[in-house]
Ligand binder design. Structure first.
Ligand code: HEM
Length: 155
């Protein structure tokens, strides 16, 4: 019963993560790029950055439910099987976020704090930072898809 509840929470977190990621990547990042240089992209950049607590909450729920289920099922940690690979992918995702995406996100936040409209040279720099953040996010989301395949296929 508890295990089923945890699995439902785990799956809910995965669904919210992927749904949020697709929305952010296609609609927010897509429109930020489309509005490049117009000065109107500032609001969308702020909306994009404000999703951080949402993704942190989901990641925490995914991790806590995954760890508890690994212990309850006796699946252990980092063995050379589908579960172990899923855990390794998740570690890479967490490192990727903290070491690559996090600092870039901080830099963008700092650049747009108290700014009402973007100056052209600031705009170029910020779009560059967002482009590299987006590359990092694409890799992380690829990791999520790999984990879904591993979890469903259980090779
Ligand atoms: C992005 C990360 C992750 C994704 C996308 C993901 C995805 C999934 C999916 C789709 C399932 C359902 C599989 C099924 O019932 O057929 C599942 C189950 C499970 N996941 Fe994850 N997972 C992730 C991270 C983790 C982590 C970090 C752990 C452990 C620390 C973990 C441990 C488990 C366990 C133990 C199950 C239950 C398997 C079973 O009882 O059949 N997951 N996961």
């Amino acid at each position: 019963m508890l295990y089923t509840g945890l699995l439902i929470l785990h799956l809910l977190s995965v669904t919210l993560w992927l749904g949020g990621a697709v929305y952010e990547r296609v609609f927010l990042v897509g429109n930020i790029r489309r509005l490049r240089g117009s000065g109107q992209e500032l609001g969308l950049i702020r909306i994009m950055l404000s999703s951080e607590p949402f993704f942190l909450g989901i990641t925490t729920a995914l991790l806590l439910t995954g760890i508890t289920m690994s212990v309850m099922s006796g699946g252990g940690f980092f063995h050379l099987n589908w579960l172990g690979f899923k855990q390794m992918v998740m570690v890479l995702v967490l490192f990727g976020f903290s070491l690559y995406i996090g600092p870039r996100m901080k830099a963008v936040k700092k650049s747009i704090r108290d700014v009402i409209s973007l100056r052209p040279d600031d705009s170029e720099r910020i779009h560059g930072q967002i482009a590299s953040m987006t590359k990092g996010f694409d890799l992380i989301h690829l990791g999520v898809v790999v984990n879904i395949v591993l979890a469903v296929w259980k090779p």
